[in-house]
Ligand binder design. Structure first.
Ligand code: BDR
Ligand code: CA
Length: 309
């Protein structure tokens, strides 16, 4: 199986991404590293453990950075609720927090595993990974690939008119990861806004007839209400599991190699991801930018995999 580390700020959609990965035999989850984002670190590490425990397939969960590299933390309780996982009650996890700091775990794991065999899946602000890259540049060439949820260009932003939340919260970290020289794939709002949790799709999770299916449906009921009120769509975008689905079934997605630049200076457009889809800048391509998804195939994959847990 392909080795991955999931770096995350759960978040209902992050939690579902963790479940999808742990349900999938093609992937070996070496660890889950939590970062401050949707809610503060004390909650994201707890929520990550709750998700891992719910899967019944324990892997180590580490806590990482509690704030962005150079800015005050902005959180998103207005989307995810006070706990970050509102919508379903879960017990206190018995899985303890692994005592290793997440950044050390990232560095040590990349040094121990064979070069080019570990993929980093980033589902929140990119602070943990950027800190590891700054502290231990020797790990850069050892990273196989980076696949992340973040950004948005054609769809505009969801936290400011110009920026998507994960990039807006820590644009300096995103820039470090982008300039790492490793292959980077962006799954931006341009893609995830096409992956909507319609009623029928949510009911498919409930119809699994398991405790886990019930929890996932509860999360989605809660999570989507924000976007439905806001955008008047048929459901909320299920962002983060797209990263895992992309590793499992890349043919469900469409995009191309583009030049990507991240705005870090302007207050107005901070965290904007300028994707040169038409190649007008003549700057060299440095990221794969995903715009299309077979949403039905994606939700079928999710239901089929979550049924295994
Ligand atoms: C991203 O921000 C978070 O709210 C979600 O978990 C996702 O990673 C979407 O902008
Ligand atoms: Ca997230």
């Amino acid at each position: 199986p392909r080795k991955i580390i999931i770096d995350t700020d759960p978040g209902q959609d992050d939690a579902i991404a963790i479940l999808l990965a742990l349900a999938s035999p093609e992937l070996e989850v070496l660890g889950v590293t939590a970062v401050a984002g949707n809610v503060p670190l004390a909650l994201t590490q707890l929520n990550a453990r709750k998700a891992v425990e719910l899967s019944g397939r324990p892997v180590p969960v580490m806590a990482g950075c509690d704030r962005p590299l150079r800015r005050a933390l902005e959180t998103a309780e207005h989307v995810h609720g006070k706990t970050g996982l509102d919508g379903a009650e879960l017990p206190e996890p018995t899985l303890p927090l692994d005592p290793r700091p997440a950044v050390d775990f990232l560095i040590d794991t990349l040094r121990i595993e064979a070069p080019g065999t570990v993929t980093l899946c980033i589902l929140g602000p990119q602070t943990n990974v950027a800190t590891a890259f700054l502290r231990a540049p020797d790990i850069l060439p050892r990273v196989q690939e980076i696949v992340l949820m973040g950004g948005g260009f054609f769809e505009g932003g969801n936290i400011t008119p110009a920026a998507e939340f994960n990039i807006h919260v820590d644009p300096e970290a995103a820039e470090i990861v982008l300039k790492s020289g490793r292959p980077v794939t962006y799954i931006p709002l341009d893609c995830t806004h096409k992956a909507l949790t319609t009623r029928a799709r949510v009911e498919r999770f409930r119809a699994l007839g398991t405790r886990l299916g019930e929890v996932v449906a509860g999360w989605l009921d809660f999570f989507e209400r924000f976007d439905v009120q806001k955008y008047g769509s048929e459901g909320g975008p299920l962002h983060d599991p797209c990263v895992i689905a992309y590793l499992l079934r890349p043919e469900l997605f469409g995009g191309r190699l583009v030049n990507l630049e991240i705005e870090t200076a302007s207050d107005l457009t901070r965290g904007m991801t300028v994707a040169d889809w038409w190649g007008v800048s003549r700057r060299p391509p440095n990221a794969t930018w995903i715009r299309d998804i077979d949403a039905e195939g994606y939700f079928r994959l999710l239901a089929e995999r979550l049924a295994r847990l």
